[in-house]
Design a protein around this ligand. Structure first.
Ligand SMILES: CC(C)(COP(=O)(O)OP(=O)(O)OC[C@H]1O[C@@H](n2cnc3c(N)ncnc32)[C@H](O)[C@@H]1OP(=O)(O)O)[C@@H](O)C(=O)NCCC(=O)NCCS
Length: 398
């Protein structure tokens, strides 16, 4: 490991907080929440000359759904360099310093929400999904047609555990979803439902379980209106239930004309909405992914069970050299594997391979961007055909 780096300890908690406070402009009142969420032993730090921390990158462990499986993810959050130490490569150093440890821990992929794409791309990450904040007219949601007899009821704190289970069942099928711990869930669904509106549909086939839910909060609105509806999320196990829950979310439109929501750039919600121009994008960013352990990551996610094929790759990876070199990629029966060897027919950077693995872009799009190269059009087409079909969705900012 770079000899400027060391692992954090409990004694660094205060200095980490000060570093992150400056880096992210957190007011003093945020101290308790931030200090409590620190995981010093998962932070790599650089000491400054005056007792301060010059740089730190902390890892939060999650699982993210890909191909119906839970893939262990190292979430970089947060990364910061003290202002007087910036521009000297310390951010890169604290990023790269983690890779060998992540691999040892079995965290086969790493992810982050980037402040600078160039910084993280330079150490092997690539964009992998979008995170779009929108305002949608409530009337457009209220106009979604749905049966009216689906038994939607207001949820209570007694339903919270069933909401967690319902999410776990449905989110595993949505590539990119964070598989939440109860603590991670509490930020959007407080156990006492404080300031939260929860609507649920009981599962007629499984007493005590839910077939769907919608949850939201009230936010501010421009006068003369009273409030807006800030959607945390809607999940359901059938199209009718999904449509009916979105209608409930849109039903407050006389007083709350807009509904705010977070989703991917190509949100499947538009498959339900009838209006042609229903969206106003408030902000749009992209999260990034890196394969830390390329063979481990290929084995960990699920693949299209109807697709079968092999392609020879030459992977370039400057910062995680165990990924670099010639590999044969094979997908069959829903499983994937990366085995050493082959002809290196398709050259791919670790950024390009990470992006392909996620499903964000196919091999042809990556070839146009220069992240994949091959003179063999058939091999390129094979790589395109083996990959996931659509970009992943992640609505949990970390
Ligand atoms: C972003 C930050 C971590 C960069 O730290 P740093 O030590 O100056 O970064 P490095 O010197 O390692 O720079 C590596 C690359 O990052 C990119 N980069 C660094 N600072 C940048 C900035 N302000 N704007 C855009 N890109 C930047 C550049 O591509 C740079 O490569 P180059 O030097 O070859 O041009 C630091 O400015 C910071 O702490 N900012 C506040 C908190 C923050 O935004 N954290 C990141 C959250 S994801």
């Amino acid at each position: 490991m770079d000899d400027r780096l060391r692992w954090g300890t409990e004694d660094d908690r205060e200095a980490l907080w000060r570093l992150y406070q400056q880096g992210f402009g957190v007011p003093d009142r945020g101290r308790e929440r931030w200090i409590g969420r620190l995981v010093p032993e998962r932070a790599l730090v650089v000491d400054g000359a005056h007792g301060e921390l010059a740089a730190a990158a902390q890892i939060r462990s999650f699982h993210q759904a890909f191909g119906g499986r839970a893939v262990p993810l190292a979430g970089y959050s947060p990364v910061a360099v003290a202002a007087e130490h910036r521009g000297r490569g310390l951010a890169k150093a604290v990023m790269v310093g983690h890779y060998a440890d992540l691999r040892d821990r079995g965290e086969v992929i790493a992810g982050l929400f980037p402040a600078s794409v160039a910084l993280y791309r330079s150490v092997g990450f690539e964009v992998a999904g979008s995170y779009v904040q929108r305002r949608v007219p409530a009337a457009h949601l209220a106009a979604i047609s749905a049966p009216s007899d689906l038994g939607i009821r207001r949820g209570t704190p007694d339903d919270v555990a069933a909401v967690h289970r319902c999410y776990a069942r449905l989110a595993i099928e949505i590539d990119g979803s964070m598989l939440r711990t109860p603590e991670a869930f509490a930020a959007r669904l407080p156990p006492d439902l404080a300031d939260t509106y929860l609507y649920v549909v009981d599962d007629p086939a499984a007493p005590g379980e839910l077939a769907g839910y919608a949850l939201y909060r009230h936010g501010t609105a421009r006068p003369p209106y009273d409030y807006s509806v800030v959607v945390a999320e809607v999940h359901a196990d059938s199209p009718d239930r999904r449509r009916a829950l979105w209608r409930v979310v849109g039903s407050s439109g006389t007083q709350a004309p807009v509904v705010e929501m977070i989703g991917p750039a190509e949100d499947p919600l538009w498959l339900l909405v009838g209006a042609a121009d229903p969206e106003a994008v408030r902000s749009e960013i992209r999260w990034m992914l890196r394969l830390v352990d390329a063979p481990g990551a290929v084995a960990a996610r699920g693949w299209n069970p109807t697709v079968r094929g092999s392609v020879d790759l030459a992977i370039a990876d400057e910062h995680a050299p165990w990924n670099a070199g010639r590999w044969r990629l094979t997908v069959e029966d829903g499983d994937g594997r990366l085995e050493p060897g082959g002809e290196g027919t398709v050259e791919v950077s670790i950024q390009g391979f990470s992006c392909w693995w996620s499903g964000y872009a196919d091999a042809h799009a990556l070839a146009r961007a220069g992240a994949v190269r091959s003179a063999d059009r058939r091999a390129l087409a094979t790589l395109a055909g083996l990959g996931a079909a659509s970009p992943p969705t992640l609505v949990d900012f970390y």
